[in-house]
Design a binder for this molecule. Structure first.
Ligand code: GAR
Length: 202
């Protein structure tokens, strides 16, 4: 299955997908393209090192967000992508894009949704004082971090945690969970029933 990975930042999740899926022929998953909205995203360097084609699509180069989405859509369709993976991609798509790729866009978020959605989940988690946080992988819908949840794992929050220490623990879980979920999707094991995502054993 050809997938696209969209990333705005350092790309540690992309690296996990390269190592555990793209470079494992038994996974049935090929990262056909990596797209970033930031020219300097280290994710682009990781992709190039793995020989994966990259594109930079910047919001400022388009008259509006529909035009930005359309450019990304053009690349995805040209690369015959079947599944879109957001890995630290910090732009929201317009509803028309979500409708076009309904149930074919997956995102990862560093909290146990629906707690702490949005752009600052880790500082929000620490500020609130919760004892347990985690990772959520979900299908993207028209809402913000609101679509059907595919998988979650918990991560403890310690009294002396700061953003760096908590994020480090969260990343360890993300790098295991994301490849596992995508492998299952590619194997046809995920079934969406309303808001629930069921995992069928193959
Ligand atoms: C990840 O922790 C991911 O959960 C988060 O961005 C980080 C990207 O790290 N995504 C969101 O907050 C989405 N709302 P990476 O670039 O090292 O993979």
């Amino acid at each position: 299955m050809k997938i696209a990975v969209l990333a705005s930042g350092s790309g540690t999740n992309l690296q996990a997908l390269i190592d555990q899926l793209h470079q494992d022929e038994t996974s049935g998953v090929e990262i056909a393209v990596v797209i970033s909205d930031r020219r300097k995203a280290y994710a682009l360097t990781r992709a190039k090192k793995a020989g994966i084609p990259t594109y930079v699509v910047r919001v400022r180069n388009f008259p509006d967000r529909d035009a930005f989405d359309a450019e990304i859509s053009k690349i995805l369709d040209r690369c015959e992508v079947e599944l879109i993976i957001l890995a630290g991609f910090m732009k929201l798509f317009q509803p028309a894009f979500v409708r076009k790729y309904r149930n074919r866009i997956i995102n990862i978020h560093p909290s146990l949704l629906p707690a702490f959605p949005g752009a600052h989940p880790v500082p929000d988690t620490l500020a609130y004082g919760v004892k347990v946080s985690g990772v959520t992988v979900f299908f993207v819908d028209e809402g913000i971090d609101a679509g059907p949840i595919i998988a979650q794992v918990s991560v403890p929050v310690f009294d002396d945690d700061d953003e760096e220490s908590l994020l480090k623990r969260i990343h360890i879980e993300e790098h295991k969970l994301y490849p596992q979920v995508i492998r299952r999707y590619a194997a046809g094991m995920l079934e969406i029933v309303g808001r629930k995502v069921l995992v069928k054993e193959s």
